[in-house]
Design a protein around this ligand. Structure first.
Ligand SMILES: C[S@@+](CC[C@H](N)C(=O)[O-])C[C@H]1O[C@@H](n2cnc3c(N)ncnc32)[C@H](O)[C@@H]1O
Length: 191
């Protein structure tokens, strides 16, 4: 009996090992892209959510939602609509599975798409953890589509052109370095 249990245990450990190697391999390969997959730390997510000042009726989106860490953390706290937009098939399916398992107050939607083409007209809160290049690619979209009052919460990277936004940044001490969460509020056109 013990021998079967040990074989079963070895099999499970092997599966975990293969999963881990695939996960690390996937992360390394994603570094070839403009915006690689790097999950946001939980304590950063909590600060990002607090900075968003979410209110009833808001619609939030995470551009490049990965496995859905941000969207599920928002939906756990607030009964609002939260959308994750992710183009990686693997990450999209991982977040779909999480969606079944997670408890949530909000309504979560996960969309497999390129966020450069996702309409932001009715979105009030945009979360993103991209790169300078990734942000610069969507700068015009953010300028044109977001309504006054909409907030952008960007981890690590600032917007290049800030004329249409009010900016403040939240320091996040990380060892000897300080990282920032950049918070933008869209201004009214004639402000
Ligand atoms: C730095 S990760 C952040 C993941 C997630 N937001 C989090 O906080 O854990 C950036 C994510 O953006 C996705 N991504 C990059 N470019 C994209 C694009 N054009 N459209 C949709 N997703 C994209 C990547 O696959 C990756 O999952």
């Amino acid at each position: 009996m013990l021998i079967y249990f040990l074989i079963f245990l070895q099999f499970i450990l092997l599966l975990i090992g293969i999963g881990f190697v695939l996960y690390i391999g996937f992360i390394m390969i994603s570094f070839k892209n403009t915006v690689p997959y790097v999950p946001t730390a939980k304590k950063v997510i909590q600060k990002m959510i607090a900075a968003a000042h979410i209110q009833e009726g808001d619609k939030a989106v995470d551009l490049g939602s990965g496995t859905g860490r941000i969207i599920f953390a928002v939906a756990k706290k607030y009964p609002i609509e939260v959308i994750g937009v992710e183009y990686s098939c693997l990450l999209y399916f991982a977040s779909k599975i999480k969606s079944v398992l997670k408890r949530k107050k909000g309504k979560v939607k996960i969309i497999r798409a390129d966020f450069n083409h996702y309409p932001l007209k009715n979105v009030n809160v945009v979360f993103c953890f991209l790169t300078l290049e990734g942000l610069s690619d969507i700068q015009n979209k953010l300028n044109l589509e977001l309504m006054p009052g909409a907030r952008i919460i960007s981890y690590l990277f600032p917007l290049k052109k800030k004329d249409e936004f009010q900016e403040y940044k939240i320091p996040m001490p990380d060892g000897k370095k300080v990282k920032y969460i950049f918070v933008y509020t869209k201004l009214a056109r004639n402000a």
